[in-house]
Design a protein around this ligand. Structure first.
Ligand code: MN3
Length: 251
């Protein structure tokens, strides 16, 4: 069994009955079902256009659990992906079902999340954020920002090092659980953080924008290996940032 087969099998075992959706499509996370028998017309995402019950799905991990070592150890990855993330998806779908939550698409759901309870907000966010997190990392990626992304980083923060310091700061200063973000807003790059499983696409978030890069600073993301040393986790994390994915997100 080669690595790909192994990955595929372990993911099938892990994901179980979770709904498989188009991977990495759009902003990833939750997919509106569009099967013809349900007669759901394509949505242009305009608020107020036709709505459907959104089905959350977990993307297939694009690499093996141990692929991000030594920055993130295999046991942390496995628990994080197969327990924490899978849990958000399962609970999120249950909360959506229970609340009969409807939205034109995933972006619309995020933009209207404030009207639903904590179960929907936390688990929809938890699903979406982790799908993005897996995607913006890669094994010893060795990639660096280039082109438009590098120009924008230099323009907004002075240099790549200054950007990294400011981003790490956002992660370090987030009290308790949450996320650090790099977003694009009105053509400019901004750094910020959100509490719990909120994200910059949510109407309830004080920090808004189009997410380009995210870092999970919940203790479950690093505690097994780093214990209380969140700063070491953040420092080592730069070696596995997938800058190609960041560029793709900007478009
Ligand atoms: Mn997490």
């Amino acid at each position: 069994m080669d690595r790909k087969q192994f990955l595929s099998r372990s993911l099938k075992a892990t994901v179980g009955t979770l709904v498989a959706g188009p991977l990495l499509a759009n902003t990833s996370g939750c997919n509106s079902p569009e099967s013809p028998e349900q007669g759901i017309p394509a949505s242009d995402g305009t608020p107020g256009s036709s709505t459907v019950q959104v089905v959350l799905s977990q993307i297939a991990l694009p690499y093996a659990y141990n692929a991000l070592e030594p920055a993130i150890d295999a046991e942390t990855m496995e628990i994080h992906y197969s327990k924490h993330h899978a849990g958000y998806v399962k609970k999120g779908n249950a909360a959506i079902e229970e609340g009969n939550v409807k939205a034109a698409n995933e972006m619309d759901l995020m933009a209207t999340i404030g009207q639903y309870g904590a179960g929907v907000r936390n688990n929809v966010g938890g699903t979406w954020n982790h799908n993005m997190f897996w995607e913006v990392m890669a094994p010893a990626s060795g990639t660096l920002p280039i082109g438009k992304v590098l120009d924008a980083i230099n323009g907004s923060f002075g240099s790549l090092d200054e950007f990294k310091t400011a981003f790490a700061d956002a992660g370090m200063k987030r009290f308790g659980s949450g996320w650090a973000w790099l977003v694009e807003r009105n053509g400019k790059l901004e750094i910020g953080s959100t509490p719990n499983q909120d994200n910059p696409l949510m109407d309830v978030s004080e920090f808004k924008g189009k997410p380009l890069l995210c870092l999970d600073v919940w203790e479950h993301a690093y505690y097994l290996h780093y214990q209380n040393k969140r700063n070491d986790y953040v420092a080592n994390w730069w070696s596995i940032v997938n800058w190609d994915a960041v560029a793709k997100r900007w478009g």
